[in-house]
Design a protein around this ligand. Structure first.
Ligand SMILES: [Zn+2]
Length: 227
């Protein structure tokens, strides 16, 4: 009984006391929105999932359900055609005004536009297709739960249309270096796929860092014959 009362006191104790406590009290500290966006889908976030707000936890769980494939398949013909990427979340970008980088750039080891296929990470509907000065030839896919996956700087499109459904793993187009100018501009940077992930709540857009999700999806790469 004494032990129980002591335990109760620890839980209900003052702020000062609870911070001195262990385990249980730590769990109650909320992950900030900024950390949620920055550390999205990281191992650390999964370990601390209980500290997320209900809304953020829902976002995390829906991406876990819907994200299936890494967006760039491996080549079965040339193992030299790899890709690489670093965590460049909110790194400085200066085209069309100074801003933070809202995504991850998957760089092509071989800087050749139109070579690497790009596939859909998820099932969804093609909600945007066409040129953006910043994103070049881009594709936006909205999933059933409303997550928006943004694929930018493509060289060309596969046989897809705005409003059409797509399946995870379906070919969307080919990696390129389009963008940073009027329609058709290429070569302003190396060939890469820019991936962005967005949620929408009350008319507001919430972007999250795709880096840790991509790391996770590396275990699920499709194999395509290209060289
Ligand atoms: Zn980018």
């Amino acid at each position: 009984m004494v032990i129980l009362l002591l335990a109760l006191f620890t839980v209900l104790g003052t702020d000062k006391l609870t911070h001195m406590g262990t385990g249980n009290t730590e769990k109650k500290r909320k992950i900030s929105d900024e950390d949620f966006r920055n550390e999205f889908f990281s191992d650390g976030m999964w370990e601390r999932k209980e500290e997320l707000s209900a809304q953020c936890r829902q976002y995390l769980m829906q991406v876990k359900r819907e994200a299936v494939y890494f967006p760039v398949p491996e080549s079965t013909l040339d193992t030299g055609l790899g890709t690489s990427y670093v965590d460049s979340w909110m790194g400085e970008r200066t085209y069309a005004g100074r801003r933070g980088h809202e995504g991850t750039d998957i760089m092509a080891d071989k800087n050749e536009r139109g070579l690497y296929p790009v596939v859909s990470i998820t099932d969804g509907v093609i909600s945007n297709l066409g040129w953006l000065d910043k994103g070049g030839y881009r594709i936006g896919i909205t999933t059933g739960d409303g997550t928006y996956y943004y694929y930018a700087h493509l060289d060309s499109y596969a046989n897809i249309r705005e409003g059409s459904p797509v399946k995870a793993g379906e070919l969307l187009g080919y990696m390129g270096d389009s963008g940073y100018g009027p329609e058709g501009t290429t070569g302003q940077f190396d060939v890469h796929l820019h991936l962005g992930i967005y949620f929408y709540r009350d008319g507001k857009e919430i972007s999250v860092n795709p880096y840790h999700l991509l790391k996770f999806l590396e275990n699920n790469k499709l194999k395509y014959a290209y060289s």
